[in-house]
Design a protein around this ligand. Structure first.
Ligand code: NAP
Length: 489
C-alpha cells in the first residue's frame, strides 16, 4: 500500500485515457468534453470526451461489425482475455482504488474492496466461458432427437450507475465477453474514470477491436434512445434507479428488446430477540454503511424485536457516531461524501421529514458545513409509520429503527414496499430463519450477515427492483439465447 499524495492523485488521473473507445480506436467526442468532479471538494478532477448521438451510433456500428467474428472466437481465448484482465486489475488495485475514491468519494479501503469484487466477476466469467453448453435428448415418443444449443445474444448495450463505478461494469462485461457478445458500454457521467481504466486494461489484455465500445456522455437519453430503437441491438442490461429503468423499459418495448434490469432497493434489516446481538450490530454496520449507504443493497429500515430495540438502537448509534467522516483519501476515514449536492439534499429532506413527524435522532441528523457533500452518520428512533424514508430509497448514512412485536408483523413490515432486492435477517432459531426467509419477497437474503454481494452468486431482485441475475451460473444466461433443433431420425 502506498501513501497517497497530491502527486499520486495527479499521476493516476494522468494515466486515464480520456477519449471515446470505438472500434478499437481512441477518439475525441463530437459533443466536446464533460467535467468529472471530486465529490469531497466540489472541484473538477479532469475532463473526458463527451459523446454525441452520432458517436453512440458509431459505437453500435462497431459492435455490430465485430459481432460474428467474436461469436466464433474460441471460448477458451475469451476466458483467457478475462483472466488476464483480472490479474491486471489485482496488480493495479491500489491505483484503481485511488481513482475510484477521487471520482466517487468513498474511502480508499472501500474502493479497494470494490476493485477486488469487480475483478472477481472477470475471474468467475473467465471460468464460465468454457462451460456454455447445450443438451441432446431422445424425444419422448422415441422418434426424433432434441438438440439445444446456446448462442451469444448479440450486440448488447450496458448502462451502469455511479455508486459502484467498476463492479457494475465487470458484472455485465464479464459475462458478455464470456458468452461471445460484442457491446456498447455507457457509464454514469459522474464516474466515467474507473470504467475508462477498465477499457484500457481489457484492450491491453487482448480484447479484439470492436468487441467493447465505450462512451461517456452528458446526454444519456439522446445518445442511448436511438440505440434502443435500433433493431441490430439485441439486449440491454441496465443498473440504476427504478424510475429510469421504467422509462428505458417502455422505450425498449418497441423492438421487444431483451432486458436485464438491476434497479433500486429498500432493504429491510430484521433483528429477532434471539439473534446474536453483537453479530446483528456488526451486520447492521456493514449493511448500512458499506458504500456510505449509497448501495442498492443498503439496509434502508431496521425492524427490531421490541424487547431489544432500544439496546440495538443505542449500540448502532454508538458505532455510527464514532465513524470518522472526511475525504476518502485521508487516513482513518470511514465515511466519505455523498455523490453530489442533490443527493445530500434528498437525504437531508428525508431526515427532516421523519424528525418533523416525531422521529428522534440518536446521533447525527445534519449535513456538514464546508466543501464537499458530507452528511453525518445518523440513527433515528421512534420513526413513525408515515415517514417517507421507510418507503423511499435513502441512499445515505441514515438508519431508521422500528420495533415489532411478532414474526408475522416483521415479515409484513419487511414486505410492505414495491421494491424486492434484498433483506437481512438475524436470528439463532433455524426454523424461524427458514420460515422468514421463505416469506420475504426479495431476490436475495442475508441470513445472519450484512452483505450478499459475491461474484459466484446470482445477484438480482424481484418486484420493482427489476429482473435478471448477475454473477453465479445464472449470470451467463442473460447473454445467451437457447436454440432448439428438432432432429428427424
Ligand atoms: P440513474 O440515475 O438511474 O442512472 C443510472 C445510469 O443510467 C447512469 O449511467 C445514467 O447516466 C443513466 N441514465 C440516466 N437517465 C438515462 C436515460 N434517460 N437514458 C439512458 N440512460 C440514462 O441511477 P444512479 O443515480 O446512477 O444510481 C443509483 C441507483 O442505482 C439507485 O436507485 C440504486 O439502487 C441503483 N442500483 C441498483 C443496483 C442493482 O444491482 N439492483 C446496483 C447499483 C445501483 P447519467 O447519470 O450520466 O445520466
Amino acid at each position: 500500500m502506498t501513501t497517497i499524495t497530491a502527486t499520486s492523485e495527479q499521476s493516476i488521473l494522468e494515466q486515464v485515457p480520456k477519449q471515446l473507445y470505438i472500434g478499437g480506436d481512441w477518439r475525441d467526442g463530437s459533443a466536446g468534453v464533460l467535467a468529472v468532479e471530486d465529490p469531497s471538494t466540489g472541484e473538477t478532477l479532469c475532463e473526458v470526451a463527451d459523446a454525441s448521438p452520432e458517436d453512440a451510433q458509431a459505437a453500435l456500428d462497431a459492435a455490430v461489425a465485430a459481432g460474428p467474428s467474436f461469436a466464433a472466437h474460441p471460448p477458451r481465448e475469451r476466458g483467457e482475455i478475462l483472466r488476464r484482465a483480472y490479474e491486471m486489475i489485482i496488480e493495479r488495485q491500489d491505483e484503481l482504488a485511488l481513482l475510484m475514491t477521487l471520482e466517487m468519494g468513498k474511502p480508499v479501503k472501500e474502493s479497494r474492496a470494490e476493485v477486488v469484487y469487480a475483478a472477481d466477476f472477470l475471474r468467475w466469467f473467465a471460468e464460465e466461458a468454457v462451460r456454455i453448453d447445450g443438451r441432446y435428448a431422445v424425444g419422448p415418443n422415441g422418434q426424433g432427437r432434441l438438440l439445444t444449443m446456446k448462442q451469444p445474444v448479440g450486440p448488447v448495450l450496458l448502462i451502469t450507475p455511479w455508486n459502484f463505478p467498476l463492479a457494475m461494469g465487470t458484472r455485465k462485461i464479464g459475462p458478455a465477453i464470456a458468452a461471445g457478445c460484442t457491446m456498447v458500454v455507457k457509464p454514469a457521467s459522474q464516474t466515467p474514470l474507473s470504467m475508462l481504466m477498465l477499457v484500457k486494461i481489457l484492450e491491453e489484455a487482448g480484447l479484439p477491436p470492436g468487441v467493447l465500445n465505450h462512451f461517456a456522455t452528458s446526454s444519456s437519453g439522446s445518445t442511448t434512445s436511438p440505440l434502443i430503437h435500433d433493431q441490430r441491438l439485441r439486449k440491454m442490461s441496465f443498473t440504476g434507479s427504478t424510475e429510469v429503468g421504467r422509462r428505458l423499459m417502455a422505450d425498449a418495448s418497441e423492438t421487444l428488446l431483451r432486458l436485464s434490469m438491476e434497479l433500486g432497493g429498500n432493504a429491510p434489516f430484521i433483528v429477532f430477540e434471539d439473534a446474536d446481538f453483537d453479530a446483528a450490530v456488526e451486520g447492521a454496520m456493514i449493511a448500512k454503511m458499506r458504500n456510505g449507504g449509497e448501495a442498492c443493497t443498503a439496509a434502508n429500515r431496521f425492524h427490531v424485536a421490541a424487547p431489544v430495540a432500544e439496546k440495538f438502537a443505542d449500540a448502532l448509534a454508538e458505532r455510527m457516531g464514532a465513524l470518522k467522516v472526511g475525504r476518502g483519501t485521508e487516513d482513518g476515514v470511514d465515511l466519505g461524501p455523498l455523490i453530489d449536492a442533490k443527493q445530500r439534499s434528498k437525504v437531508a429532506e428525508l431526515v427532516e421529514d421523519a424528525v418533523g413527524r416525531g422521529a428522534r435522532p440518536l446521533t447525527g441528523g445534519h449535513a456538514l458545513d464546508g466543501a464537499g457533500y458530507f452528511y453525518e452518520p445518523t440513527v433515528l428512533a421512534d420513526v413513525p409509520d408515515d415517514a417517507s424514508l421507510l418507503r423511499e430509497e435513502i441512499f445515505g448514512p441514515v438508519a431508521p429503527i422500528k420495533p415489532f412485536s411478532t414474526e408475522e408483523e416483521a415479515i409484513a413490515a419487511a414486505n410492505d414496499t414495491e421494491y424486492g432486492l434484498v433483506a437481512y435477517v438475524f436470528t439463532r432459531d433455524l426454523k424461524r430463519a427458514l420460515r422468514v426467509v421463505e416469506g420475504l419477497e426479495t431476490g436475495m437474503v442475508g441470513l445472519n450477515q450484512g452483505i450478499v454481494s459475491n461474484a459466484s452468486a446470482p445477484f438480482g431482485g424481484i418486484k420493482q427492483s427489476g429482473f435478471g441475475r448477475e454473477g453465479g451460473y445464472e449470470g451467463i444466461e442473460e447473454y445467451v439465447e437457447t436454440k432448439y433443433v428438432a432432429v428427424n431420425l
